[in-house]
Design a protein around this ligand. Structure first.
Ligand code: ADP
Ligand code: MG
Length: 254
């Protein structure tokens, strides 16, 4: 089975509190894999540990068979793994276009090279990036707000910019942390359609989401995390009907 991302016995603690206590799962290439679990289960922390924001204390992460455990985020981005944040982040004064350009330029030395040699090659690269930023904005239906500051956007549009930022890196796999949370239902639906389309273009997705109707509609398989450990993996129906999963959600394990 074509495993793109493999997580083995991953552990991570803060100040003596063990948050990830041995997480194990695989993401097959081409899937939209759901990652669910009660609040505080460690889902966002797991994304932080996989994407290189925090170095894990133990265990292993492989991407396309290569050991990438603890690699810094920009190195993982170059290997095709990007993540989005639960709360959209950004630079208040920059426009949507500038945000997309900035993240497209996330290659060490690229800005410096462009500054030192304002060569035709550097101009060509900037032109390419600019076209890609426009295309990405259009694709996410942000074309009409492309010159607006990100702070002027709705919550849902900010989530779309966050997805656009990830797309600028030409990812193989995107880890999405609640991209529809706090968004009105029609925009949540639109975001869901974007995810299906991106997946159709060959991008593998790992999705953290609380709305079980969205998980059921979008994700196969679904991985359940509880108290820092993988509890089970299966189709949505298998997972939803599992007694241990129901118990974890009700919090009776504590
Ligand atoms: N940077 C941090 N420092 C200390 N504790 C943290 C940090 N990040 C997360 N935690 C703790 O880790 C646990 C899991 O949090 P989180 O990964 O955000 O859960 P989830 O995304 O599943 O709701 C929580 O108890 C949280 O307080
Ligand atoms: Mg979270």
């Amino acid at each position: 089975m074509n495993t793109l991302l493999a997580v083995r016995d991953l552990t991570l603690g803060f100040y003596g509190a063990q948050i990830l206590r041995g997480v194990d799962f695989n993401i097959r290439g081409g899937t939209i894999t759901g990652l669910i679990g009660p609040n505080g289960a460690g889902k966002s922390t797991l994304f932080n540990a996989i994407s290189g924001l925090y170095g894990p204390n133990g265990g292993k992460v492989t991407l396309g068979g290569d050991d990438v455990t603890g690699l810094k985020p920009h190195l993982l981005v170059r290997r095709g793994l990007v993540r989005t944040f639960q709360l959209a982040r950004g630079f208040p004064k920059l426009s949507v276009f500038q945000h997309l350009m900035l993240y497209g330029l996330d290659q060490p030395g690229e800005m410096l090279a462009a500054a030192l040699f304002s060569s035709s090659a550097a101009r060509k690269r900037e032109q390419e990036l600019s076209e890609k930023a426009l295309e990405t904005a259009r694709r996410l239906r942000l074309g009409h707000v492309i010159d607006n500051p990100v702070t002027a956007l709705s919550g849902g549009q900010k989530k779309l910019v966050e997805i656009g930022r990830a797309l600028m890196a030409d990812p193989k796999i995107i880890l999405l942390d609640e991209p529809m949370a706090g968004v009105n239902p029609s925009l949540a639906d639109e975001i869901a359609e974007h995810l299906v389309a991106l997946n159709g273009d060959g991008i593998t997705i790992c999705l953290i989401e609380h709305d079980m109707a969205l998980i059921k509609r979008l994700c196969d398989p679904v991985v359940v995390l509880a108290e820092g450990k993988t509890l089970m993996e299966g189709t949505f129906d298998e997972v939803a009907s599992d007694a241990e999963v129901q118990e974890a959600y009700l919090g009776t394990r504590r």
